[in-house]
Ligand binder design. Structure first.
Ligand SMILES: *[C@@H]1O[C@H](CO)[C@@H](O)[C@H](O)[C@H]1NC(C)=O
Ligand SMILES: *[C@@H]1O[C@H](CO)[C@@H](O)[C@H](O)[C@H]1NC(C)=O
Ligand SMILES: *[C@@H]1O[C@H](CO)[C@@H](O)[C@H](O)[C@H]1NC(C)=O
Ligand SMILES: *[C@@H]1O[C@H](CO)[C@@H](O)[C@H](O)[C@H]1NC(C)=O
Ligand SMILES: *[C@@H]1O[C@H](CO)[C@@H](O)[C@H](O)[C@H]1NC(C)=O
Ligand SMILES: *[C@@H]1O[C@H](CO)[C@@H](O)[C@H](O)[C@H]1NC(C)=O
Length: 181
């Protein structure tokens, strides 16, 4: 528990440092009803509006797109975010809060698809485009290059490893039992 708190505190401190380096934040504006997410750009296709997970229980404050590079600025557009994530060959690119761009190889399985109306912020760099919402991501998914999908890989959800360890433990138990008999 203490360790979790410490790690969370360190992560928050790191995020703060990054934010301080960037220029002052221009808060997002609500997108006009005509604003849309791009259907696709480069090799990425629109995948819907998805929930940010920082405040979802049991995520330890991790983001929906947590294992890749991120960027934020006041000229953010869908095209610039996708180009940025494409430069890392990320499976996913997500825009949030009008000015934030997250790249990742998988989407947290704690994230759920939301009603489109939750992604209601205009991109700070182009008001004709939608760039997520408050704790909501305009999500893009890389298509058609034969790479693994990276979809909702359950890294945040226990299971596989725990079960394997349990079977290993049971196996040792059998050996001990066999030796005794
Ligand atoms: C979406 O995330 C918020 C916190 O970021 C959480 O309170 C809410 O329950 C989540 N919604 C769903 C449908 O999971
Ligand atoms: C992207 O992330 C990697 C790994 O954290 C880091 O080494 C690299 O400097 C980042 N690149 C950019 C452009 O932020
Ligand atoms: C804003 O971020 C995007 C995505 O990382 C990048 O392509 C663009 O060059 C940045 N703009 C500025 C002014 O830094
Ligand atoms: C999504 O939100 C809009 C606007 O609030 C509402 O009209 C619509 O019924 C919602 N759709 C779903 C599937 O909940
Ligand atoms: C802004 O977004 C719209 C809709 O995607 C696009 O048609 C237009 O070319 C973009 N404008 C700029 C300056 O990027
Ligand atoms: C991303 O694309 C892959 C491959 O087409 C697909 O299996 C997966 O369900 C998509 N994930 C999301 C969140 O749309």
């Amino acid at each position: 528990m203490l360790l979790t708190t410490l790690v969370t505190a360190l992560l928050s401190a790191a995020a703060l440092t990054t934010a301080q380096v960037q220029q002052s934040i221009v808060n997002p504006t609500t997108a006009a009803s005509t604003a849309t997410p791009l259907p696709s750009a480069s090799n990425y296709a629109y995948a819907g509006c998805w929930n940010e997970t920082t405040q979802v229980p049991n995520t330890g404050g991790l983001r929906a797109l947590s294992n890749g590079n991120s960027s934020a600025n006041n000229t953010m557009t869908i095209t610039s975010c996708i180009a940025y994530c494409a430069s890392f060959s990320s499976q996913f690119a997500g825009l949030e809060y009008g000015r934030e761009c997250y790249c990742a190889s998988y989407l947290s399985s704690f994230s759920v698809k939301l009603n489109e109306s939750r992604c209601n912020f205009a991109c700070n760099g182009n008001a004709s485009e939608v760039c997520g919402g408050r704790l909501a991501l305009t999500l893009y998914n890389r298509t058609g290059d034969g790479k693994s999908s990276g979809s909702a890989a359950g890294r945040l959800v226990g299971g596989g490893g725990g079960a394997a360890a349990w079977y290993g433990f049971a196996g040792i138990g059998m050996l001990v039992l066999a030796a005794v008999l």
